[in-house]
Ligand binder design. Structure first.
Ligand code: SAH
Length: 366
């Protein structure tokens, strides 16, 4: 292992920002003192590029109605055990409005993939939130046509989240009866072309993946030059075709954090959230550890409590019985306990090209 050899070589490896697959695989193989160093380095790079501020982006899971059948997902169309819901535009708006008082500066609007709320209505919701609150708006509702993304951008959408899930086209195909990896990537390129801050990412440990896939996933994030990167462990949901499968790293859960640390080292200036799935695997501490190993964003759940149990993408999702207020104060305590501060501004992308188009848009959005 490159890292295990000697100090000068180690520093050389970390100092080289143009990392390739060999060093990704080597880092993912770290153990003992090398692993500690890997985490320390990820935290140092996070500190240098992203600072001590943790931005809080509240998620509203506004509908679990989904037309797709992704094999891993608890709200897939074929899971008839799910009680389907869709919040009204008014409910979404009032939920978003309440976030302003919880030090949350971005609202993330997420749902299944469906015309549960149609594209025009979605545009109106974006426009209203941008006009009547100071929140930045992130949308996460799956693959959509270019013109829809453009319309939402015109309405004021700041960012979009759409994970590529895995960089292995064959594995992607097996898991997604409704779309190809190529189509997913086309959506990401469209968003980037439109000047929307673009977030993507992947699941760690999908059945059939190898550490090689994991390294390729990290490299794809780097290649896509993403503004935000969300990753999290795959957790089998019993009511899905993968219910009987195991996470590829079962018994080696440390890999979830190694992946995060390497992701930060390879993507120094991307926003990286400590995703909820880390807490599902390591209750109460997963997201804290993620924030100390590369992450700089926290995404509390602002979904009205009555709907939370119906948006179970995977079992063991935390905070299902808590109110948005309880979640919000828990988050503040967690950030304080880490000695970090809460981000005051929007926490937009720090990548220059996107930030510039951001300024242009804000002039119009007011
Ligand atoms: N329909 C939207 C939102 C999907 S849910 C979209 O496609 O973008 C958000 C993320 O949850 C997914 O991208 C996926 O990476 C993750 N997810 C879904 N099922 C999961 C599971 N069983 N374990 C871990 N993560 C899961």
């Amino acid at each position: 292992m490159l890292m295990k050899k000697n100090n000068s070589q180690k520093h050389h490896v970390f100092a080289n920002r143009d990392h390739g697959k060999g060093s990704a695989l080597s880092f993912l193989d770290s153990e003992g003192a090398d692993l500690k160093r890997l985490y320390k380095e990820a935290d140092r790079i996070r500190h240098i590029h992203m600072g001590e501020e943790i931005y809080i982006r509240g998620i509203i899971e506004f509908s679990n109605i989904c037309a797709n059948d992704c094999l891993y997902c608890g709200i897939r169309a074929s899971n008839h055990a799910v009680n389907r819901y869709s919040m009204t535009a008014e409910e979404i708006f009032s939920t978003a409005k309440a976030m302003v008082f919880r030090q949350q500066t971005t609202v993330v609007l997420q749902s299944g993939e469906t015309p549960g709320i149609d594209d025009t209505e979605m545009g109106e919701i974006i426009r209203r939130i941008k006009k009547e609150t100071p929140l930045a708006v992130t949308v996460s509702v799956g693959n959509r046509p270019y013109d829809t993304y453009r319309h939402w951008k015109d309405c004021g959408m700041d960012r979009y989240l759409l994970r590529f899930e895995t960089s292995d086209p064959e594995l992607f195909g097996r898991l997604h009866p409704d779309c190809t990896l190529e189509e997913r990537l086309e959506c990401l390129y469209a968003l980037k072309e439109l000047g929307v801050q673009t977030g993507s990412g992947f699941m760690i440990g999908l059945p059939g993946e190898t550490v090689d896939t994991l390294a390729e996933n990290i490299l794809l994030c780097q290649k896509l030059d993403l503004d935000m990167i969300g990753i999290g462990p795959f957790i089998p949901h019993p009511e899905t075709p993968l219910g009987g499968e195991k996470n590829a790293y079962e018994g080696n859960e440390e890999m979830f954090f190694k992946a995060l640390a390497v992701l930060r080292i390879f993507n120094p200036d991307a926003h990286i959230p400590a995703t909820t799935a880390y807490d599902a695997v390591f209750p109460g501490v997963g997201r804290n550890l993620a924030l100390q190993r590369g992450a700089n964003i926290f995404m509390p759940n602002d979904t009205p409590v009555g709907h939370r149990k119906d948006y179970l993408l995977y079992p063991g999702k935390p905070c299902v019985d808590e109110s948005a207020d309880q979640c919000a104060s828990c988050v503040l305590m967690r950030i304080e306990s880490l000695g970090r501060t809460i981000g005051k501004g929007h926490g937009h992308s720090i990548k220059n090209h996107r930030r510039n188009s951001e300024h242009g848009r804000h002039k119009h959005a007011g």
